[in-house]
Structures are given as structure tokens and as C-alpha cells.
Design a binder for this molecule. Structure first.
Ligand code: G16
Ligand code: MG
Length: 216
């Protein structure tokens, strides 16, 4: 049995990937180019500046560092506006029930998110109190697929990586979990998440009793 669960945020717990994509799309619109739908998957779990670099591959020109800083800031302003209206209804299926069960069973709960907006998102979703530790992009220096963010979360929980189960919807995230020496549950497409030890379409399909000991 595992002693802790470490979650990615966007695409695993929160239905926020669509807001990231909308914000990038509006940046592309302003700059006069369009984004193919595949960008939605390409920016999943990828930090802000690296996401911008992916977006700008579809622009017809190159951008200076100063221009990039300005565009990244603009995107974030728009994203922050879009998530201002988040409520517990924006939790992905199965997330609330799983977090509740883990808490009741005394399993450590950690967050490993590439988003610098993870805190306000957790608060708006009403699940901030469930987390025993939060590792987000504000506190780490190496983005996923580097294991640092998952190792930081395990450290915060005081649990060894081998006793942690990680949940991710992005390929780079699964790589990070495996590199951290943890077991990985992929949430979403089986094709994209081949490296995962187990794959579920969403958290309602997660087999709790296979991984965690139920106390009551
Ligand atoms: C998330 C999203 C990414 C986003 C990144 C940074 O990662 O999946 O698309 O670019 O956060 O977000 P922000 O601009 O808010 O710092 P995760 O790891 O939670 O899936
Ligand atoms: Mg994600």
C-alpha cells in the first residue's frame, strides 16, 4: 500500500486546461496567427515560458526576450481573469471523492503543479485544506519532466518516493513521476501516457483499494 498521493493540478483535479488554451489563443489572435488544436496537448504540464515558446512556433516571426516577457505576462493576466470564476463545479470527475477518502484514511496528500496559480485555483475549488504540502513552479528550479517537483512534494510529506503514488495527465509529468522513483497513474489518453504504470480515463475509474488501505 502507498502512504501518500501526489497530484498534478490542471487536467487531473481541475478543469483548467481549457482556460490556459483560451488565454493562449487570444494572445495568438492579437499577434495575427492561429493555433492548431494540438497545442492544447502540447502545453499540458509545461511551464509558462516554455508554453509560450511552443505557441510562438506557429507565429510567422521571431520574438525578442522582452517581447516574450510581455506576452507571457499578458497571457497570465487573461488566465487569471478566466479562473476568477472557478467554483467546486470545476473539479474534474472523481476528484472530490478521492481527496475525501484519502483524508479520511490518513494518506498524505501533495500537489505537484507547474502552475504559479496553483494556490488560488485550489482555494477557488474548495480543496486547499485537503493538501498537506504544495509544490508548485514558484518553489522549484527544474520543470517537469525533471523529478524535482514530485521529490519536493514527497519531502514536504515526509514520505519516501517509493511510497508515493503520482497522478498526471501530461507525458512530461509521467516521466517526472517515474524519474522520482514513484509509481505513476496516468489520467486521460492511453496513447499519450504509455509510460504510466496504470491509466484511468478519469479519477472515477481509479481503483482505490488496489493502492490504499481503507481504515473504515
Ligand atoms: C499547468 C498547465 C500548463 C501551464 C502551466 C503553467 O501545469 O498544464 O499548460 O502552462 O501549468 O501555468 P501558469 O502560467 O499558471 O504558471 P500542471 O502541472 O498543473 O498541469
Ligand atoms: Mg496537468
Amino acid at each position: 500500500y502507498f502512504k501518500a498521493a501526489i497530484f498534478d493540478l490542471d487536467g487531473v483535479i481541475a478543469d483548467t486546461a481549457r482556460f490556459h488554451f483560451l488565454a493562449w489563443q487570444s494572445i495568438a489572435d492579437d499577434e495575427g496567427f492561429s493555433l492548431p488544436a494540438v497545442v492544447d496537448d502540447r502545453v499540458k504540464g509545461v511551464d509558462r515560458m516554455a508554453s509560450l515558446n511552443i505557441v510562438l512556433e506557429y507565429a510567422g516571426r521571431t520574438y525578442s526576450d522582452a517581447e516574450k516577457e510581455a506576452l507571457a505576462a499578458q497571457k497570465n493576466e487573461r488566465y487569471v481573469k478566466l479562473i476568477a470564476g472557478l467554483t467546486p463545479a470545476d473539479l474534474l470527475p472523481g476528484a472530490q471523492l478521492l481527496l475525501d477518502r484519502l483524508r479520511v484514511d490518513g494518506i498524505g496528500i501533495g500537489l505537484a503543479s507547474a502552475s504559479r496559480n496553483a494556490l488560488p485555483v485550489l482555494k477557488a475549488l474548495g480543496i486547499f485544506e485537503h493538501f498537506n504540502t504544495i509544490a508548485d513552479a514558484n518553489y522549484i528550479s527544474h520543470p517537469k519532466p525533471h523529478p524535482e517537483i514530485f521529490l519536493t512534494a514527497a519531502d514536504g510529506l515526509g514520505v519516501s518516493p517509493a511510497d508515493c503514488l503520482g497522478f498526471e495527465d501530461a507525458e512530461a509529468g509521467i516521466t517526472a513521476i517515474k524519474a522520482a522513483g514513484m509509481t505513476a497513474v496516468g489520467v486521460g489518453s492511453a496513447e499519450l501516457l504509455r509510460e504510466a504504470d496504470d491509466i484511468v480515463s478519469d479519477l472515477t475509474a481509479f481503483d482505490y483499494d488496489r493502492y490504499f488501505r481503507t481504515l473504515i
